[in-house]
Write a protein that binds this ligand. Structure first.
Ligand code: B12
Ligand code: SF4
Length: 460
């Protein structure tokens, strides 16, 4: 069969961009685990035009909740053209019935075992509506199909070494989506990190780990990083803040070429961290932890969330200065989003605080889909936008870049300079995150529910 894999997307800023910094790994990983003789193409809606008149026999779409409406619209268009349609990913896993309205079949959870079975069933005309995926043992996974990535991505070498996370933050689906903590054999990861068939030196040089929490299992990460040293790469990952208490690990990270670590700091409020069940974060230690990491020349990227129950406008806006004070190099600022499959969704739903009139476009991390406790939805959105504008004002971005010039190693400095300039440019062009409440997006009418018999058969 000819298979088109599409990673759906909806622009999250006022103006789009034709190029992007770093790609998802999902599409090129699914392509790599697609058995021969199927032929596969991968499209990323954030940079590619989607060919609706494709000659593919099967169209497979992956999407986050915030991009679901785009995925459903694509599906509706493909259905008109008689294509067989399948889907997977975090949204589908928790919204199975809804997804089956648009797709002929779905895979829930991790798809490594079920994908070949689904393809075989599709090829023999025996496609089932639901394939229940489960945790993959991560052994013998092939190298992602980097060759299928368009040149519109600046960085291309995205890798996964581990899956899962032992923590259980209230807003995160990882504990239920990717249960357990699993590791790929170090040799497999090193093989992928050493992959060098890219056009530009930086694409060969930079390795971005798309792991949930790479550094959790210390003996494993030590072994992996020892093997990374001879490759002389620059690498980045997500990790928990407790790495700052492990100087030996930080030294090894430096020696193996780490240029950036993303920490989920989330909040400066003790009560908010408790609500988030983020027990690994200690506010009094933020400055010291960031300093310890930056002492090795490694840039600290960090995520912050606006909209905890204890947040008000002042506490949200003040994060712009607080994150500067603790030394963050690149901040990522989002709004609390009640994704299905998370404890926060369950409690907000129980309290009747999910805003039912907000469609999936409000689930893109930059909009409000629930009733905040202390302030109104509009105040939360506005406080977030003020925080965003202040954090990426030319002056704040410039200060972060200059600070980086003094403290960061070359790769980390370039990363910080590039990302801060990128966001500051968006800010100066008045190119803000899109306010969904102020916009009417013209989505074509969604496909009528046409498969009630399938729902019954699937028992959902
Ligand atoms: C890496 C990552 C990122 C990266 C890359 C984003 C990207 N587009 O891939 C970055 C840091 C940029 C990012 C950003 C965001 N992310 Co993110 N991210 C992750 C993370 C940690 C790993 C995803 C991954 O690559 N896994 C490895 C690949 C191989 O696995 P996979 O994508 O899950 O796919 C497997 C299955 O799901 C399935 N599958 C997936 N799609 C399909 C399609 C078909 C047809 C089939 C058959 C199977 C299938 O098969 C694959 C193999 O098993 C996950 C957490 C997680 N464990 O999923 C969060 C996660 C996906 N992110 C999430 C969110 C919310 C975001 C943001 C919106 C956050 C924000 N506030 O801005 C942004 C969106 C930005 C964007 N442009 O897409 C949520 C999504 C929740 C949801 N229901 O939508 C997750 C689940 C974390 C969470 N909070 O719970 N993210
Ligand atoms: S530490 Fe990160 S990956 Fe782990 S549960 Fe919390 S938010 Fe999710």
């Amino acid at each position: 069969m000819k298979i088109d894999i599409i990673i759906a997307y909806i622009q999250r800023y006022e103006f789009g961009h034709e190029y992007d910094f770093v790609p998802p790994i999902t599409g090129i990983h699914l392509a790599a685990i697609t058995p021969a003789p199927h032929e596969v193409r991968v499209y990323h809606q954030q940079v590619d035009k989607i060919n609706l008149d494709t000659d593919a026999d099967l169209v497979a779409i992956s999407f986050f909740s915030g991009f679901a409406l785009s995925a459903y619209n694509l599906a509706a268009e493909f259905r008109k053209r008689g294509k067989t349609l399948v889907a997977g990913g975090p949204h589908v896993t928790y919204c199975q019935e809804e997804a089956l309205t648009y797709f002929d079949a779905i895979i829930t959870g991790e798809a490594e075992q079920q994908w070949p079975i689904l393809l075989q069933d599709a090829a023999s005309g025996n496609l089932q509506p639901i394939y229940l995926g489960g945790p993959c043992d991560m052994k013998n996974l092939p190298t992602p199909r980097y060759d299928l990535l368009p040149d519109k991505f600046f960085i291309k070498k995205v890798i996964q070494a581990t899956r899962g996370c032992p923590f259980s933050c209230s807003f995160c689906t990882v504990p239920s989506l990717n249960p357990g903590f699993r590791l790929r054999p170090v040799a497999d990861v090193i093989r992928d990190a050493a992959y060098d068939r890219f056009s530009y030196w930086w694409q060969r040089k930079i390795v971005w780990f798309w792991d949930d929490n790479l550094t959790i299992r210390r003996p494993y990460i030590r072994e992996l990083l020892q093997e990374m040293i001879p490759l002389k790469k620059w690498w980045l990952t997500q990790a928990s803040m407790d790495i700052a208490k492990d100087p030996e690990l930080l030294d090894l990270m430096k020696a193996s070429g780490c240029i950036g670590v993303f920490l989920g700091i989330e909040s400066f409020g003790v009560d908010s961290l408790a609500d988030a069940n983020k027990r690994q974060n200690k506010i009094d230690n933020y400055s010291v932890a960031v300093k310890e990491i930056r002492k090795r020349g490694i840039a600290v990227m960090a995520g912050f969330i606006a909209g905890f129950d204890h947040d008000d406008e002042a506490s949200i806006i003040s994060m712009a200065d607080q994150l500067m004070e603790i030394g963050i190099d690149v901040p990522f600022l989002s709004i609390m989003t009640p994704f299905r499959g998370t404890p926060i969704y369950q409690s907000l739903n129980k309290e009747g605080r999910i805003l039912e009139d907000r469609n999936w476009n409000f689930y893109n991390g930059y909009n409000v889909a629930f009733q905040p406790k202390k302030i109104s939805e509009t105040q939360l959105l506005q406080a977030h936008r003020t925080l965003w504008k202040q954090s990426f004002s030319p002056w704040y971005a410039f200060r972060r870049i200059v600070r980086g010039a003094f403290h960061l190693r070359l790769g980390a400095f370039l990363l910080s300079a590039f990302m801060n300039t990128f966001y500051a440019c968006k800010r100066t062009r008045k190119n803000y995150p899109i306010d969904m409440t102020a916009r009417t997006f013209q989505f074509p009418a969604l496909q009528e529910q046409r498969r009630p018999q399938v729902h019954a058969a699937a028992g959902i």
